[in-house]
Design a protein around this ligand. Structure first.
Ligand SMILES: [Zn+2]
Ligand SMILES: [Zn+2]
Length: 357
């Protein structure tokens, strides 16, 4: 910009000829031009600097993000168009890890632009159907060798509690006609249709690319075993409670986590009310009320607690007042999860709701 300015100045000086007044006017014009050019030059360099600063901040923010957690399904066995079945996606260290595959999980993945075939690692908290019914869909849909489905090339790796291999064997028996036909049509072995099961006990069940997954037992009544998971990566972590009532083992394993994805239940009347039906009573006994969850959050002190697997018996989610009831006993940050809500864990936790963007 300064070179342009001096060129202009030279040109104008050369052309100034005539009366003193004319010269004065020309000088004035030159001064105004100089002021304008200087302002323009400094403004553009200021905005360029601002742009660079913003870009640097964005890059920093992106590099701070260690893992991304997306709620694919925040519902329970109760069918709901707003809340699909239990399923949570954790994107970390370049991997996509799926925790539970409830009703409609492949549809929620597709909404994120992720094809079923891109998922090759699935972890099950327990074997209730609301956490597993999406498994055959994920397996078969993801194996279809067309781009829109992902065309998984290798076996789906499935980590689950004791009984998982049995469930998978039964599934292959139930879908024998379909699986055999697909293998025939493919004319060569379609490994994407296979499942490699890893049944686990408590402890570290996965280590790769700096990612560590710890499974720990929780208390889901007579449904045994039932697990929660903790995912650690570069000093950050997320804990998925699985289905559980108040559990000391959950507290022990979730201490100091950045983010906890926790289940919750509320009923009208309350679980201790005699008029509550026996069915509702027994369901409530192996899940967590907001008050029980508040006790857990107090002990583990997460940066953020988010409710999922939301069960409202005899009332709406709104009337259940999950967050309000929790905050009466716990003053940390609590949110009611929604399908496709995303949490980016870095120095801070950035919350995005893709349904509302
Ligand atoms: Zn369950
Ligand atoms: Zn469940």
């Amino acid at each position: 910009m300064p070179i342009k300015f001096f060129y202009l100045l030279q040109k104008l000086t050369e052309t100034i000829k005539g009366s003193y007044l004319k010269k004065c006017m020309n000088v004035c014009v030159l001064l105004i031009l100089a002021a304008l050019l200087t302002a323009c030059s400094s403004n553009s360099s200021a905005s360029a600097d601002n742009g660079k600063q913003k870009e640097a901040q964005n890059n920093k923010a992106e590099s701070d993000v260690k893992m991304k957690v997306t709620l694919l399904g925040t519902g329970s066995p109760i069918p709901s168009i707003k809340r699909f079945g239990a399923s949570t996606l954790v994107e970390v260290g370049g991997e996509k890890l799926l925790f539970d595959a409830g009703r409609g999980s492949t549809i929620r993945l597709q909404q994120l632009g992720i094809k079923a075939g891109e998922i090759d690692k699935l972890f099950l908290t327990h074997l209730h159907h609301d956490h597993t019914v999406g498994f055959p869909d994920l397996l078969i849909t993801g194996s279809v060798p067309i781009p829109s489905m992902g065309g998984r090339q290798e076996a789906l790796k499935l980590w689950g509690p004791t009984g998982t291999q049995n469930m998978v064997d039964g599934f292959y028996q139930a879908y024998e006609k379909d699986v055999t036909n697909r293998q025939e049509v493919a004319k060569s072995a379609n490994n994407g249709l296979k499942t490699k099961v890893n049944e686990f006990e408590e402890g570290v069940i996965y280590k790769n690319n700096g990612i560590e997954i710890i499974a720990f037992k929780v208390d889901h009544g007579s449904m045994k075993p039932a697990f929660g998971f903790r995912v650690n990566y570069k000093g950050k972590s997320v804990v998925i409670s699985g289905d559980t009532t108040y559990s000391k083992n959950l507290i022990k394993n979730a201490k100091g986590t950045d983010l906890i994805i926790h289940e919750v239940i509320a009923s009208d009347p309350e679980p201790d009310d005699e008029s509550l039906s026996n069915t509702f009573k027994s369901i409530s006994a192996y899940h967590s009320t907001p008050e029980q969850s508040a006790k857990v959050f107090k002990e583990i002190d997460p940066k953020l607690a988010v409710y999922t697997h939301i069960i409202s018996l005899g009332m709406t989610d709104k009337d259940a007042k999950f967050v309000k009831r929790t905050n009466e006993l716990y003053n940390g940050k609590v949110m009611l999860g929604e399908d496709l809500m995303t949490f980016e864990i870095g120095n801070e936790i950035d919350v995005k709701n893709q349904n509302k963007e």
